[in-house]
Design a protein around this ligand. Structure first.
Ligand SMILES: Cc1cc2nc3c(=O)[nH]c(=O)nc-3n(C[C@H](O)[C@H](O)[C@H](O)COP(=O)(O)O)c2cc1C
Length: 412
């Protein structure tokens, strides 16, 4: 259904082509859309509102000042809820009113209050069509991005021959369908991750030694935060699980703050089932102190800390992953980066691993730039040094180009 649930406000003005307007209502409804009809006084001289009410199964707006109508289909409410306004047939008179902002009846007032895309299907005698006043009014509307559905040429109702016959109802409906298809396609291109839930983890974890000391690492969280922001810009519904960082929580992104690896584990596991793409950019501590001292440990010659292994979040996610989940891990290595990345990709059943050498000065932890390898089952992409924002974009482009991701998010 091409006009799936779109609300079309159909304005019918008083020309002989009014007899074709009920066909437009049928066409929109057959295409899956809803129609609310607003008729001018003149239009009611040609067709009774009852015809439109029966076909649209909605009340018809005929008067701005009817108490009953205003409460059921107020002109502002109708204008605000419309996905598109279509005036068909559009008389020379309503076109002039639309061009000059005259609001003296329901339809012309609703038009001014409506910010949805507007379409006009003119219908009139060919002399009226050729009249410079009408043509200059159409130019005004075109400049305001109002879509003019060109009338046909041929024999007119008035018996003469020329341009001015309203386009066929089926064509008018197809113009609306094409418009919404195009909108949805371009929206999908600009926001390919719309309706996709993405979980990003970022930052370090802290493992308590005692009341004032902890074990941690140099992760700043910048890479994960940049990824969360790019995902948001691409339309995703993002959840960010962040270890302690100096960064401000990103706007419009649900952020859960955690401190320890165990808290990170719990937060990730609680939310991972909802995510289609999981990007684990956090630098989670591999070990924790088994029993942190709740007091401040007193100075002594030596101090031995007993460390135990933290849960391996990535491995657990890889184990639990279903075929509709895309899992991305990060590898911070100090030697033989590619080899360890390939091994981790396999061991943890990842779809992609982003690997960097943390010993490089301008890449990795706590700097604004990064130089990474993208490793997956198709091979290795070696990205040059760039900002973490640019790396985040490249990572997302890479993910979006994979068949698995495209099939998960339904993007062709
Ligand atoms: C029989 C008849 C047919 C008409 N057909 C048209 C027409 O096709 N196009 C048009 O612009 N005006 C047509 N008019 C003139 C309009 O009805 C008139 O300009 C009216 O004020 C339009 O009002 P509205 O724009 O509020 O509906 C026709 C008038 C009559 C009496």
């Amino acid at each position: 259904m091409k006009l799936n649930k779109k609300n079309i406000l159909l304005g019918v003005s008083g020309g002989i082509a009014c007899y074709k307007a009920p066909e437009i209502v049928r066409g929109v409804r057959e295409s899956g859309g809803n129609v609310t009809v607003a008729m001018t006084q003149s239009a009611m001289e040609f067709v009774k509102p009852l015809v439109f009410q029966a076909l649209s199964e909605r009340p018809v707006a005929t008067s701005l000042f009817s108490l009953e109508e205003e409460s059921r289909i107020g002109h502002i409410k109708v204008a605000e809820t419309a996905d598109a306004l279509l005036v068909a047939p559009a008389t020379a008179n309503i076109i002039a009113k639309m061009a000059h902002g005259i609001a003296d009846d329901f339809l012309s007032t609703a038009f001014l209050a409506c910010s949805a895309p507007a379409f006009v299907a003119p219908a009139m005698n060919h002399h009226m069509w050729d009249n410079p006043a009408l043509q200059s009014n159409l130019e005004i509307l075109k400049k305001r991005n109002i879509h003019i559905i060109q009338p046909d040429s041929g024999y007119l109702a008035c018996g003469s021959y020329g341009t001015g016959r309203m386009a066929e109802p089926s064509h008018i409906v197809s113009v609306l369908e094409d418009f919404f298809n195009l909108m949805e396609n371009s929206d999908q291109k600009a926001k390919p991750l719309k309706n996709v839930r993405i979980m990003v983890t970022a930052g370090p974890t802290r493992e308590r030694i005692d009341a004032v000391r902890y074990l941690s690492n140099d992760s700043s969280g910048k890479m994960g935060y940049a990824l969360a922001e790019i995902c948001r810009q691409l339309g995703a519904d993002v959840i960010l699980i962040s270890g302690p960082t100096a960064l401000s929580p990103p706007a419009e992104i649900e952020t859960i703050h955690v401190k320890t690896a165990q808290e990170m584990y719990a937060a990730v596991m609680a939310k991972s089932g909802q995510a289609q793409i999981i990007i684990k950019a956090a630098a989670v501590s591999d070990f924790r102190i088994e029993t942190p001292n709740p007091q401040k440990t007193k100075k002594s010659k030596t101090l031995t800390l007993e460390l135990v292994k933290n849960p391996d979040i990535l491995k657990e996610l890889g184990r639990k992953k279903d075929k509709n989940q895309f899992l991305v891990g990060f590898a911070a290595e100090s030697e033989d980066v590619r080899h360890y990345a390939e091994q981790k990709l396999k061991d943890k059943d990842l779809d992609l691993i982003v690997a960097n050498n943390i010993l490089q000065k301008d890449a990795g932890f706590d700097v604004d730039t990064n130089r990474v390898l993208l490793v997956d089952n198709n091979g290795v992409v070696d990205l040059p040094l760039m900002s973490k924002e640019a790396v985040a974009r490249k990572i997302m482009d890479h993910i979006l180009a994979t068949d698995k991701c495209r099939s998960i998010i339904g993007f062709n």
